[in-house]
Design a protein around this ligand. Structure first.
Ligand code: ADP
Ligand code: ZN
Length: 447
C-alpha cells in the first residue's frame, strides 16, 4: 500500500510547486526566529521578501554539524522550549552530542513519514512489528514506534540487544515486520540458523534495516537465510530521525525521499557545487515542515547519488542510492580513496569466510598499511585444524594459503591496493550487539 497516495505520487511539477511555497515560508520562518540563520542569510544578502524560492535554493547557506555543536544544546531551536515536547540526541562518539527537538506537529510529521516507510517496506495495518531499534535518546526506536502506531500495527517495543529474547519473541509472538541495524540482523540470522530454528516457521516477512551502511550482498545473505525481504531505511537525527527515505519493496532500487518534507541535493563535497543526478556526492537536505529545529541545506556527510526517474511502484519521489561512504569516514590509503563498503562488497561470494571482518589501518615507515582481518567459517576452521591459527602448520596449509590468496586478489581488484589479509578464527571479529558496529580501526593518528 501507499501510505499517503496524494503526496507520494504527486506529479513532479506539483512537488516542485509545493517545495517552492514551503521553502519561501521556511526562509521567512528561520529569518525571524533563529538568530544564527538571520545572520547567515544577511551575510549571504538574502531577505525573505526578495528570496526567489526553489529556483534560488543553492544561494542559501549550508548548515553543518558543527553549527549544531556550536549552538549546543538548544541554540538553533526556532520555538520557545515549552513548545518542544520531545528531545533526542545523536550518539556523538566524539564530543558533545547533537541535540534536536520536536514540537507536537513535528512528532506528527515524523510519525507520518515513518508510517510511509513501513508501507514502503510492505507492512499492512493490523500486522505485528518488532522494533529492535534502540529506544531512548537515539531517534531510531521512538521514531519507528510512533509511525507503526499511526499505521495501526501492533508494536513490540523490545529495543536493541538481547539476542535470545529477540528470537524468543520472533518465535512466540510471530511479528511480520522487524526493524534493526543490518549488522544486528545478520547476528540474528546466524543465531536463528545455529539454533536449528526453521525460518519458514517464523511469520517474519520483512526486515527494515538502517542506521548504518550495508550492502546488496548483505541483503542477499539475509533474504536467502531467513526467506524474508530486507529493505533499506535512511535517516538522521538532524533532519528528523528515521523516515527521511525508504526503499519500496517492489523495486528495492533506491530509497524514496519524502520530498514534500525534505528537499534533497547532492553536492561535490569539496566545492559545494551541485552534481548531476546519478553522480555520487554529499547528500544535503533542507527540512520544509519542521518547526522546532528547521535546517537549511544541512550537509549530512553521507555520500550517495539520487535519481528522479520514475519507479515501478508508482511513487514519484526521488530515490537515493545506498550510502556508499561518509565524507569523513573515507580512508585515504597511499592516496587511494577507500570506503569500508567496498571492502565489504569485495568479500562477498568468497567461500569459507563469514561476513564478519575488521579493517585496520596503520602507518609503517611512513607508508599506510591496510589490513583486513576476515573471520573464517566454523567448518573451514575445523577442516584446516586449529593448529594452523596457532602458528603450527601441519595440515591444511595449502587451503589456508589459497584462501588468503583469493582474498588478496579480490581486495586488490576492488581497491587497486595491496592489502594485508589476516584470517581470524570464528567469533573473533566484532559483532553488533544491537547498536551500530565499528569495523574500522585507524591507528595512524596514534603513530
Ligand atoms: P547517531 O549519530 O546517534 O548514530 P544519527 O541519526 O545522527 O544517529 O545517525 C545518522 C547517520 O547514520 C546518517 O547520517 C548515516 O551516516 C547513517 N545512516 C542512517 N541510515 C543509514 C542507512 N540506511 N545506510 C547507511 N547509513 C545510514
Ligand atoms: Zn518505488
Amino acid at each position: 500500500m501507499i501510505w499517503n497516495k496524494e503526496m507520494e505520487t504527486m506529479p513532479r511539477a506539483d512537488i516542485e510547486k509545493l517545495q517552492d511555497e514551503r521553502l519561501r515560508k521556511l526562509v521567512a520562518y528561520v529569518y525571524e526566529r533563529v538568530p544564527f540563520y538571520r545572520q547567515k542569510l544577511e551575510a549571504a544578502g538574502i531577505h525573505p521578501d526578495t528570496f526567489g524560492g526553489l529556483a534560488e535554493l543553492t544561494s542559501l547557506p549550508f548548515t553543518r554539524k558543527n553549527d549544531l555543536r556550536d549552538n549546543y544544546p538548544f541554540g538553533l531551536f526556532a520555538v520557545p522550549l515549552p513548545e518542544v515536547i520531545r528531545i533526542h540526541a545523536s550518539s556523538g562518539t566524539t564530543g558533545k552530542p547533537t541535540v534536536v527537538g520536536y514540537t507536537r506537529n513535528d512528532i506528527q510529521t515524523w510519525a507520518e513519514v515513518c508510517a510511509r516507510c513501513l508501507a514502503l517496506s510492505g507492512a499492512e495495518p493490523g500486522e505485528m512489528f518488532q522494533n529492535a531499534y534502540g529506544y531512548g535518546l537515539f531517534t531510531g526506536g521512538l521514531g519507528m514506534h510512533y509511525g507503526a502506531e499511526l499505521m495501526g500495527l501492533t508494536v513490540i517495543p523490545v529495543s536493541g540487544g538481547n539476542t535470545a529474547r529477540q528470537i524468543m519473541i520472533m518465535q512466540d509472538f510471530g511479528p511480520h515486520i522487524m526493524a534493526c541495524t543490518p549488522s544486528y540482523a545478520l547476528t540474528l540470522a546466524d543465531k536463528i540458523l545455529e539454533e536449528g530454528i526453521n525460518p519458514e516457521k517464523l511469520n517474519l516477512k520483512v526486515f527494515i534495516l538502517g542506521a548504518e551502511p550495508w550492502t546488496e550482498a548483505m541483503r542477499q545473505e539475509l533474504e536467502s537465510k531467513l526467506k524474508v525481504h530486507a529493505v533499506n531505511i535512511y535517516g538522521l537525527s538532524e533532519i528528523i530521525g528515521p523516515g527521511v527515505s525508504n526503499e519500496c519493496v517492489e523495486a528495492k532500487d533506491g530509497a524514496h525521499i519524502f520530498e514534500d518534507h525534505f528537499i534533497p541535493e547532492v553536492i561535490n563535497p569539496d566545492t559545494g557545487e551541485p552534481v548531476p543526478d546519478g553522480e555520487v556526492g554529499e547528500l544535503v537536505f533542507t527540512t520544509l515542515t519542521k518547526e522546532a529545529i528547521p535546517l537549511l541545506r544541512y550537509r549530512t556527510g553521507d555520500l550517495a547519488s539520487i535519481t528522479r526517474e520514475p519507479c515501478k511502484c508508482g511513487r514519484t519521489h526521488a530515490r537515493m542510492s545506498r550510502i556508499i561512504g561518509r565524507v569523513d569516514d573515507m580512508l585515504i590509503i597511499r592516496g587511494v580513496n577507500v570506503f569500508p563498503s567496498q571492502i565489504e562488497a569485495a568479500l562477498v561470494g568468497i567461500p569459507n569466510i563469514t561476513p564478519h571482518h575488521r579493517i585496520i589501518v596503520t602507518r609503517e615507515n611512513r607508508l599506510d598499511q591496510l589490513e583486513v582481518q576476515v573471520e573464517v567459517t566454523e567448518s573451514f576452521f575445523r577442516q584446516v585444524g586449529e593448529e594452523m591459527f596457532m602458528g603450527h602448520p601441519e595440515s591444511g596449509v595449502q587451503d589456508l594459503k589459497e584462501l588468503e590468496g583469493l582474498l588478496f586478489e579480490a581486495l586488490h581488484d576492488a581497491l587497486g591496493l595491496n592489502v594485508k589479509v589476516t584470517l581470524l578464527p570464528p567469533g573473533q571479529a566484532p559483532r553488533s550487539e544491537g547498536g551500530k558496529l565499528k569495523r574500522v580501526v585507524d591507528k595512524r593518528q596514534l603513530q
